[in-house]
Design a protein around this ligand. Structure first.
Ligand code: DX5
Ligand code: ZN
Length: 218
């Protein structure tokens, strides 16, 4: 079970400290939300940020979620900036298979993200190129939104596709995940949880993450 705090909800005036604290509190990955004010209505983080976090000595797993269109040109920049995994949305590229190969050729793991209205049929011929499938449980663009309940069925569908494939693919859920619903998200089949406001809006990250682990162990 992977807990991936989204730094979108962190205090950017002290980002390095925020990332260190959340890792020390027991987070597994650092989720980095990249938005372009074109594919999604918000503008957030460029490659400079992960690069600078790496330079400060943070060596945790960087999970970079690209909400950028077109996406291919910026991918090598995020690989250079220290990304370990790069996730793209199918709508942001003309050639999804090629984009996934590009990510892998740069030594990163590759993920594909599905908005609430994006059909899973994009997975039909690419399961062998994917390390992570991300189900968006909100529409992308902002932190702090409410979990969309129809996501549960989609998570169950993806879990069964992963099982049919026999491959080692993570099933990540992003948007509105919190202590009170994470067990349901896990029960639907997720093994990887992005959490922004549910962690960073609390004062004691260690307590929050241990509450999350407790829910996951039930
Ligand atoms: C939304 C982002 C999410 C978001 C999650 O487009 O991809 O990662 O930051 O934030 P919360 O957990 O607050 O819904
Ligand atoms: Zn995200």
């Amino acid at each position: 079970m992977i807990i991936a705090p989204s730094i979108l909800a962190a205090d950017f005036s002290k980002l390095g400290d925020e990332v260190s604290s959340v890792l020390q509190a027991g987070a597994d990955w650092v989720h980095i939300d990249v938005m372009d004010n074109h594919y999604v209505p918000n503008l957030t983080i460029g490659p400079l940020i992960p690069s600078s976090l790496r330079k400060s000595g943070i060596n945790a797993f960087f999970d970079v979620h690209l909400m950028i269109k077109p996406v291919d040109l910026i991918i090598p920049e995020f690989a250079k900036a220290g990304a370990n995994l790069i996730t793209v949305h199918p709508e942001t590229t003309e050639h999804l298979h090629r984009t996934l190969q590009l990510i892998k050729s740069l030594g990163c793991k590759a993920g594909v993200a599905f908005n609430p209205s994006t059909p899973l049929s994009y997975l039909d011929y690419i399961m062998d190129s994917v390390d992570l499938i991300l189900i968006m449980s909100v529409n992308p663009g902002f932190g702090g939104q409410s979990f969309i309940p129809s996501s549960y069925d989609k998570i169950r569908e993806v879990r069964s596709l992963i099982e049919q494939s026999g491959r080692d693919i993570s099933l990540q859920v992003d948007g509105g995940v919190k202590v009170s619903n994470i067990k349901d998200v896990r029960d639907a089949g997720a093994d990887n949880f992005v959490m922004g406001s549910a962690i960073f809006s609390t004062t004691d990250y260690q307590k929050t993450i241990s509450d999350v682990r407790h829910e996951l162990s039930r």
